[in-house]
Design a protein around this ligand. Sequence first.
Ligand code: AMP
Length: 395
Amino acid sequence: MPKKSIQDVDVAGKTVLMRVDFNVPLDDQQNVTDDRRIRMALPSIHSVIDRGGRLILMSHLGRPKGDAGDAKYSMKPTAAKLAELLEQPVAFAADTVGADAQAKAAALQDGQVLVLENLRFNAGEKKGAADFAQTLADMADIYCNDAFGTCHRTDASMVAVPKAMTGKPKVVGFLVDKEIQYLSDTISQPERPFVAILGGAKVSDKINVIKNLLGICDKVLIGGAMAYTFSLAQGGRVGKSLVEPDKVELAKELIQLGGDKLVLPVDTHCGDAFSGDCQKQIVPLGNIPDDFEGLDIGPQSADLFASVIRDAKTVVWNGPMGVFEMPPFDLGTKAVAQAIAESGATSIIGGGDSAAAIQQLGFADRVSHVSTGGGASLSMLEGQTFEAVALLDDK
Ligand code: AMP
């Protein structure tokens, strides 16, 4: 069910409490070194202030466990950066629910913005504490969630705060709206053939993703180091490759469950050391010499995967096909990225390394959606529903 969005509510003269993801990197002088996450929140921010709303922004930054108030995790630099991007003053509260926050929230005028101090400076945030949440909830008339990266969590700002805003509108921002549209709506009603490509280091991180996608996809292509655990399950030789021997039984089950939906590589690009200038060989899957390790899918696998992808109407990709950071072992990942870009399919790139790979390889603007949330996008691909989203108003 689509969720009501920030643009569906009348915000003029109202105070909007918006959960954003301003978890940005800072240098030693407290300068924001990458403002992408702040810039990405601008459409939702503008939607409120350009229509005469009063905006309170709340976020976490880093993991300030036990060191509440540690200046190196302060949100203050994000308020300064936002002021620069908006070309208007942005107020900053030196606390989250204390006297400064209360006073500055009450003083907000139409079109003005306030950034609260780091939510995680208060233990109530991680605990989902009701009293902490109620104080935040009482500051505003409307709740907006635009922090996809934390949507799989149940922190106070994600769950207890909207719960405490009974009778008030609770909506998604543009970022969360788009993530749900692709990672949930498109995947639950895909145009077929629907192909998933999964890679990366470990099977164990993606077991539930593989299981869920085997249930809904027409093909699931497996690359990356996780392919060698599957190869081991088939009795193959994996040399010094990164494998998880304790997941071999599980890999056997997945092979059984997947039948011909599950497609493994047919060859492996391997090397005698974890380095770009090692001795290299291309061998059939399951034939890796003892002193070699698999570092990428081989060229025949790249062609096979590309041909399956080119016929697809919907594609989901999570995890590189090899050690893409270390050429020439980026070739398999490149072939997959290129096939996705050329496929014309609705294409969804999971967060984390595959998002970095598609960016690095220059195909990011030729796919339908690059997810911003690593953990959150994996959880959505597992088929989980998020309480933080479920409790928001339906359209
Ligand atoms: P993940 O976070 O699980 O998506 O894994 C991404 C990481 O897996 C990247 O840093 C890749 O370098 C690594 N990776 C992919 N294939 C291999 C491989 N064959 N051997 C070792 N590491 C790999």
